[in-house]
Design a protein around this ligand. Structure first.
Ligand SMILES: C[S@@+](CC[C@H](N)C(=O)[O-])C[C@H]1O[C@@H](n2cnc3c(N)ncnc32)[C@H](O)[C@@H]1O
Length: 511
């Protein structure tokens, strides 16, 4: 067995977490989601303070500190490897507005820090012991400003209900095995597969476990270690979360996902009247979780939950600038929503997508234009929320903010490209325009690097890099591994890149 240090509180520490970026943690998205929910949000045009509890590798925290140089960013993660990685990125990118610590939540609640406008904890609450949850609540109660916002995500009931025993089994099996956490994962999954196939007892009475085991198998092992192999693992009903937050003087403000506020996009005709029977806002959320069988929630709470009057809400949302985060031609006509596939109505979405593709554009500037004659302000608000929720669009900062963040975000992107060239995984770059991610495949990043290096032949440059990294290019069934084989195929990929992705990167100030 690997010894677990006493400071770990039963949390996995022998395997680092993934290098994820979560745009829902951005002050831009949090304030936007609060406005959509009709709540008064902290003002991020002025200096503000922000704290992330349990930042993992610190990718999100670093990107946000670079994206909001007028904000003061703090964070803690008790895994010193995580804190060191986050600090290395901050130092490398020259982020003087970010302070990282390796304190536990309990200790951090006692530390000298400012009061915060935002406190966020993503992927934390369901995986920590009760004392650590109490540490978070103490921190929030002591350190959140009046009017401040909290973001919490957690594993939700009833969605997790049927499969929760499977996670317990994986964990308990793992405990009986030697070696590190990652070594236990495949053994535990093989054992679970055998049990599921046996259809004995529990395994015969709960459906879908075979699919779930296979899904877990496909995930990154670092993610699986942190999701399934901690001592603590407790899914919650929303009402219990609301009660805990209530103890820290917070009340429920709305979902952090811009799509969630539109019932007609989420609920069937049968579910809608059932939900309407819930008059209490907290019970309404609980019932929604039952009707949607949700397994995961992202929620926003406020300390002082002020309603945004309807007209002010509209004015703030229409006064928001947006831009597309992907090529216009990559956005399908039919999109996947919780309710199923939905056709994006051409009469609304075509002119809006055209405008956002040429953006950044403020929604209010579209009103009165001939192509928007039949589109009401509320339709614009909803359509932009749908595109933002689907990660096709993003709110945009002011021109002065974009100018202020450009050099810092540029340095962070350079660091990320450097890490990629040193063999680390990654799938994004940060946009100076939105302060959030844009998707960047391996090939995209190779081309960006080639163009930044002013390579005479970007395709050959990228092909050389690819082979030096020990990576291959997939062409149908074939895996191409030599420069000579890669170049002809990559030439076509580069053509598509220059037509679709490069204009987006240029618009976002990445190149
Ligand atoms: C699942 S990871 C999520 C990381 C990050 N928020 C993300 O989503 O990428 C949970 C993180 O919380 C940290 N953590 C767990 N318990 C903690 C505690 N009591 N005090 C401080 N950090 C803790 C872990 O080290 C880990 O990095």
């Amino acid at each position: 067995m690997v010894d677990t240090p006493s400071w770990s509180q039963g949390y996995v520490t022998d395997t680092g977490y993934t290098h994820g970026f979560y745009r829902e943690l951005s002050p831009a998205i949090i304030t936007y989601a609060l406005r959509l929910a009709g709540r008064r949000a902290p003002d991020i045009d002025k200096p503000f303070t922000y704290c992330e509890l349990g930042f993992g590798q610190g990718m999100t925290l670093n990107a946000l500190a670079a994206a909001f140089p007028h904000g003061e960013f703090w964070g803690t993660d008790f895994n010193p490897d995580h804190a060191a990685q986050a600090k290395m990125m901050a130092d490398g990118a020259g982020l003087s507005n970010l302070k990282v610590f390796d304190a536990s939540f309990q200790d951090f609640a006692e530390a000298a820090t400012p009061q915060f406008d935002f406190i966020v904890f993503h992927g934390i609450w369901s995986w920590i012991i009760p004392e650590a949850r109490q540490g978070i609540l103490d921190f929030v109660r002591k350190k959140l400003k009046v009017g401040g916002a909290v973001y919490i995500s957690f594993n939700a009931l009833p969605g997790w209900g049927p499969a929760a025993p499977l996670r317990h089994l994986l964990y308990e099996f793992g405990r009986t095995q030697g070696g590190g956490t990652v070594d236990k994962i495949d053994k535990a999954l093989d054992f679970a597969t055998k049990l599921v196939e046996s259809k004995q007892g529990f395994f015969g009475s709960v459906g879908g476990l075979d699919k779930r085991v296979e899904q877990i198998r496909k995930h990154n092992r670092r993610y699986v270690a942190h999701e399934y192999f901690n001592e603590a693992w407790t899914p919650d009903y929303f009402s219990d979360i609301a009660a805990s937050m209530g103890e820290a003087k917070l009340s429920y403000a709305g979902s952090a996902n811009p799509l969630d506020g539109f019932d007609h996009l989420n609920l069937s005709a049968t579910a809608k009247p059932l939900l309407a029977e819930a008059k209490d806002p907290i019970f309404r959320e609980v019932l929604r979780d039952f009707l949607l069988n949700r397994q995961f929630r992202r929620d926003l709470f406020l300390r002082g939950n002020l309603t945004l009057p309807t007209q002010e809400r509209s004015a703030q949302l229409l006064g928001t600038r947006f831009v597309l985060t992907v090529a216009r031609s990559s956005i399908p006509e039919k999109v996947k929503l919780p309710l199923g596939e939905m056709q994006l109505k051409a009469e609304i979405y075509d002119p809006l997508l055209d405008a956002l593709a040429a953006g950044p554009v403020m929604l209010s500037s579209l009103i009165g234009k001939p192509e928007f004659a039949k589109i009401t302000p509320n339709m614009l608000i909803e359509a932009s929320a749908v595109l933002t929720g689907l990660n096709y669009a993003h709110p945009v900062g002011s021109e002065s903010l974009i100018a202020a963040r450009k050099a810092l975000v540029g340095r962070l992107n350079q660091m990320m490209l450097g890490q990629f060239l040193a063999g680390e995984a990654g799938d994004r770059l940060i946009s100076p325009v939105t302060g959030s991610e844009v998707v960047a495949s391996v090939n995209d990043r190779l081309f960006v690097e080639a163009l930044q290096a002013k390579a005479k032949d970007p395709v050959a440059h990228a092909a050389n890099r690819l082979t030096r990294l020990g990576l291959s290019l997939n062409a149908g069934e074939k895996r191409l591994t030599t420069v000579a084989d890669i170049v002809p195929v990559l030439t076509g990929v580069y053509k598509t890149f220059t037509e679709k992705t490069l204009p987006v990167y240029k618009q976002h100030g990445i190149l």
